[in-house]
Design a protein. Structure first.
Length: 186
């Protein structure tokens, strides 16, 4: 079975009501990368979400929780917004500390997507909206908001590729499609 994926969008516009346009643009690109990942998994049944790639401990479900966990970790570090206890509990299986153990049964696709959207809506967007200087140091090592947002973008793209491969190994391909035009907002 092959799923034809949604087209990649390139005409991304900055999110509204942000103090800094560059941060608003980075947040908009993060939204696009998240939506691609959600499209990759929304149709998958539980056995696909829990399929362990070659005894690696990596499953699609675990990767989604890991991406949400990592985003919440970094956004908390740079903005001070903490995950609510309920959200934190949902994300815990995605912690790097948990990767030493075999993955458990993951939530279903809709719940995984909802959990990651909660991170976006409850932490990422509120924390970034008020940030006025993209190049201000936001972490003790000198990292900037722009740098951390670049890391989060890279993280979503990187694991999207892994999800595509695990999906294929499970037995369902995902056909990548182009959106048009390839002309980002300036």
């Amino acid at each position: 079975m092959t799923k034809k994926g949604r087209g990649r969008f390139y005409k991304i516009t900055p999110l509204k009501d942000f103090a800094n346009r560059d941060i608003a643009m980075s947040a908009a690109w993060l939204d696009e990368y998240r939506e691609r990942v959600y499209d990759q998994i929304v149709d998958l049944p539980q056995p696909a979400l829990d399929f362990e790639a070659r005894d690696t401990g990596i499953t699609i479900g675990r990767l989604l929780l890991h991406m949400g966990w990592a985003e919440s970790l970094w956004i908390s570090r740079i903005t001070g917004i903490e995950a609510s206890p309920g959200l934190s509990d949902l994300l815990t299986p995605g912690s790097l500390d948990k990767f030493e153990t075999k993955p458990g049964i993951s939530p279903g696709a809709e719940e995984l997507i909802d959990t990651c959207r909660r991170v976006r809506n409850e932490m990422t967007i509120p924390g970034l909206k008020r940030t006025s200087n993209a190049d201000a140091p936001c972490w003790e090592d000198g990292s900037t908001f722009r740098g951390v947002l670049g890391q989060l973008q890279w993280h979503w793209i990187y694991h999207s590729g892994q999800i595509g491969l695990i999906r294929f190994e499970w037995g369902s391909d995902y056909e990548w499609t182009m959106g048009s035009p390839m002309a980002p907002e300036m």
